[in-house]
Design a binder for this molecule. Structure first.
Ligand code: ATP
Ligand code: MG
Length: 326
């Protein structure tokens, strides 16, 4: 029997209002995205720049309010409860790691202080000795050893990879159930990315943390993620088990995305597809499939309404009329 999701979003939608009073426009950043995160599993969100990945992360972290949709944490409908205490407890259990380890750490604070703060705010440790011990344990967990040396350093004395390890340790300080990692390795040197991915894989396996991993890099998603969710212009268009989705992408957009990754050994059947055009403006997307204008298989109904999700064997689903009714 499958375990329950720790965090589930249903039909999350975010519309931003942009522009001045005379030129007000609605940016449909995310539309009806559903996602389930499970303990000890990684779900990767892939998609081009501007497809809405970070907006999904910010809604799941409760940094911004969805325009509509529901979120369930341990089966509780979290958006119904807007109390300060509930929000603090939620943010403790659902942590976020950002892309840029240079701007996410305050330059005036030493590493030890960065890690003490969440311990105090969330009342995880109160006594000085207890706090110091916990800070050292956290630094050891992220392999910043000897911990005592790193605790007294300032962010500018650390490399990008070491800073990202501090950011991960800060997220771990509050013993989270979920970590939302928004392109956590994309600003790091290629040579140290694997170390950070392996650290997160260790936390997934040993602490059963549920990860959402946002990336542009299909190869790292393949390495790290159990499941994939493909986003295009604010919509989740396809999802499922990572290996089966990458071996056999169904949505024409997923095929395009994967064919952009050179991997001749795998002989993907998408190589010859030619797709023209650009991502549509999010202020102009209609009710149809946003990929219709670029899609080599477009049908008249694609421009009228977004297809429903067709659920397929092997935990796969796709939103495309080519598969509707199959
Ligand atoms: N506060 C905001 N006000 C108006 N528009 C916004 C706001 N935040 C995001 N957007 C728009 O929403 C869309 C989705 O942005 P988002 O940052 O979620 O994309 P992304 O998939 O994370 O892209 P990237 O890969 O470049 O990080 C973009 O068109 C962006 O300009
Ligand atoms: Mg982003």
């Amino acid at each position: 029997m499958q375990t329950e999701p720790i965090l589930e979003a249903r039909d999350l939608t975010k519309h931003f209002v942009a522009g001045g009073a005379m030129s007000r426009q609605t940016v449909k950043a995310v539309q009806n995205v559903s996602i389930k995160l499970f303990p000890g599993k990684v779900t990767a969100v892939v998609g081009e720049s501007g497809s809405g990945k970070s907006t999904v992360v910010r809604m799941l972290a409760r940094l911004i309010e969805p325009t509509s949709g529901q979120m369930f944490f341990k089966q509780h409908n979290v958006l119904e409860d807007k109390g300060r205490r509930t929000l603090l407890s939620y943010r403790g259990q659902v942590q976020i790691i950002f892309q840029d380890p240079f701007s996410s750490l305050n330059p005036v604070h030493r590493v030890g202080y960065v890690l003490q703060r969440p311990l105090r705010i969330h009342h995880i440790a109160n006594q000085k000795r207890q706090i110091q011990q916990r800070v050292h344990d956290l630094l050891q967990q992220v392999s910043l050893i000897p911990a005592a040396d790193y605790a007294v350093k300032y962010p500018h004395q650390l490399s990008g990879g070491q800073r990202q390890r501090v950011a991960i340790a800060r997220a771990l300080a509050v013993e989270p159930k979920v970590i939302l990692a928004d392109e956590p390795v994309s600003m790091l040197d290629v040579s140290i990315r694997l170390g950070i991915l392996n650290l997160m894989a260790k936390l997934r396996d040993e602490q059963r943390i549920a990860f959402l991993y946002v990336t542009h890099d299909i190869a790292s998603a393949r390495y790290f993620a159990d499941e994939l969710l493909v986003m295009y212009a604010g919509h989740a268009v396809e999802g499922g088990d990572t290996e089966s989705l990458l071996q056999d992408p169904l949505h024409p957009y997923t095929q395009l995305l994967i064919s952009a990754v050179p991997d001749p050994a795998r002989g993907l059947r998408t190589a010859e597809i030619k797709i023209k055009g650009e991502i549509p403006s999010l202020t102009a997307v209609g009710d149809g499939c946003p990929f219709a204008d670029r899609c080599p298989h477009v049908l008249p109904k694609c421009r009228e309404a977004m297809p429903p999700a067709t659920v397929l064997p092997g935990k796969r689903w796709v939103r495309c009329y080519l598969f509707d009714g199959k």
